[in-house]
Structure formats: C-alpha cells, structure tokens
Design a protein around this ligand. Structure first.
Ligand SMILES: Nc1ncnc2c1ncn2[C@@H]1O[C@H](COP(=O)(O)OP(=O)(O)OP(=O)(O)O)[C@@H](O)[C@H]1O
Length: 258
C-alpha cells in the first residue's frame, strides 16, 4: 500500500490515504433492516473484499457507495466527496472516478465489443475522434487479453469473456476506485482464477483501490488485503483473510468450510 510520508523535524510519520470511509451506515427496505451500522475504511491501493451469503446486503452496500441507493443514516465518504451531502454535479464527477463492474457485466447486447467500449468514452469523456477511440479501445482490450474480440457481439462471448469486457469497459475511463460486484459468479474455477489475476493486475497497472463483493472464498483469498464479512447485515468481522478464517462465528465457519 503506498503511503504519504510527512516529515516533521527528525520524525517521519506515515499516513495511508483513506479512499473510502463508511461510518455507521444503516439501510432498510420497508420494515426490513438490511444494513446495520456498517463501518469500513479502504486505503489507497488496497483491495477490500466484502464477503457474505446471498441476500446479506452486499449489493445494497455497493449501490450506496455509488449513490444508486441512499442510506437511511450514517455517512459515506469516497475520495473527497461526502455522499450524504453531494449534489448532482459532484455525483457525476465522482462517478467518473469510480468504476462499477456490474454482476452481470451489463454489456449492451445489440452493440459489438468495440461499440460497448466506445460508449463510455463518448458519453462520459466526449471523445469522438475515430483514431483516439480506436487506440483507447484496443489498449483496454489488451489489458484484459481480449483484443481479438473487437468485432464480436456479447452473445458470441463466454461468461468469463463477458466479465473481462465488462471490466475493460470500466477501466477505459481510468478510475481511481474499482467496485467489483460478484466478479467470479457463474464461472468455473479456472476462469475464476483468471479473473482474480486480472483484478490484481488492474491494481498494479492502474494503481486502483478496489472493493470486491463476493461469496466466492477463493476470490476473497486470492485478491484481498482485507476482508469484511457481512453477517446479519453487520460488518463487525474485519481482518485479513487468514484472521477471518480463524473466526469462531458459526456462519463464517460454514463459509470457510464449504
Ligand atoms: N431496491 C430494493 N427494494 C427492496 N428490497 C431490496 C432492494 N434491493 C435489495 N433489496 C433486498 O435487500 C436484501 C439484500 O439484497 P442484496 O442484493 O444486497 O444481497 P446480496 O448480499 O448482494 O446477495 P447476492 O449475493 O445474492 O447478490 C435482499 O433481501 C433484497 O431483496
């Protein structure tokens, strides 16, 4: 993790930069409380995995982090933006710096891979020059090892390829933070392993800070610096993968023994 060194007389103190800070976030739907006092901090270039069973509120949490849902209480600070007091213009600025890789890849079926990748460049960065678009699309495809799919359509891609193209489409805007929602769901173990490698490669190349939402234990083990387990909507279990593996919490034990 890179640190900011602050020199003060003869002493050097090290302050890792906070990229995401979530304090006491609660969210309910009707009478049902999904998130209960969630607290977590993600530092620069850190990979935080949010681990939890289906329906524990992992996607609700990630949606709160990009302003798609509003928490009932608590605060969310991302980069220098306070999401609980953000205006529309600032939210748009923030969204340019936060790449959200959706669970289902969210590719447009009627567009080729090339058109899918050009879309955010045109819409978000107003880049229309053909040569520039081509260079950026090829570079993003090279990053995920899929240059040869340029003219294919989503229906012609495997599940793993779709996930990679979804990541390329997010990376093309050069975000500071990557949010991955279930990056390995529905994939075989070998393809999942390739996606895990890609997540690590993305961090190295782009210096991204990442939040990875998953219920895939192998993914958590491979990519995490830190893990937060959501159990009954609470984030009380936090630590490294090995620390959480030793937890006596019965739900977490079942997870690790699965
Ligand atoms: N917009 C919504 N309105 C009402 N209930 C919702 C809404 N979004 C999510 N929920 C509920 O919140 C709970 C948590 O959903 P969420 O999608 O966050 O689970 P998850 O942990 O991501 O599960 P999975 O691993 O299966 O994707 C579910 O019971 C879901 O029905």
């Amino acid at each position: 993790m890179p640190n900011t060194a602050v020199e003060n007389d003869n002493t050097i103190s090290i302050h890792p930069k906070k990229m995401i800070e979530i304090i006491d976030v609660c969210k309910s739907f009707d009478e049902r409380q999904i998130l209960k006092n969630i607290n977590l901090t993600v530092y620069d270039k850190e990979n935080l995995v949010v681990l939890g069973r289906s329906g524990t509120g992992k996607s609700v949490l990630i949606k709160c982090m990009v302003g798609l849902l509003t928490p009932d209480s608590g605060s969310i600070k991302i980069l220098d933006y306070n999401l609980t007091a953000i205006n529309k213009e600032e939210l748009n600025e923030l969204r340019l710096q936060v790449g959200f890789s959706f669970q289902g890849s969210a590719l447009y079926d009627s567009m080729s891979v090339k058109e899918n990748l050009e879309f955010p460049l045109k819409r978000n960065l107003a880049i229309y020059e053909r040569q520039k678009l081509h260079e950026l699309v090829i570079a993003a495809l090279q990053d995920v090892g899929l240059e040869h799919t340029l003219n294919l359509y989503p229906a012609e891609l495997s599940g793993g390829m779709k996930k990679r193209i979804g990541i390329a489409r997010t990376l093309i805007l050069n975000p500071k933070i990557m949010l991955y929602d279930e990056p390995t769901s529905g994939l075989d173990p070998i393809t999942s392993g390739e996606i895990n490698e890609l997540i690590l490669k993305v961090r190295e190349k782009y210096n991204t800070t990442s939040v990875i939402i998953t219920h895939d234990i192998s993914c958590a083990r491979e990519v995490s610096d830190k893990v937060v387990a959501l159990v009954n909507g609470e984030s009380t279990l936090q630590g490294t993968f090995d620390e959480l593996k030793k937890s006596e919490n019965s739900e977490l034990k079942q997870f690790f023994n699965y």
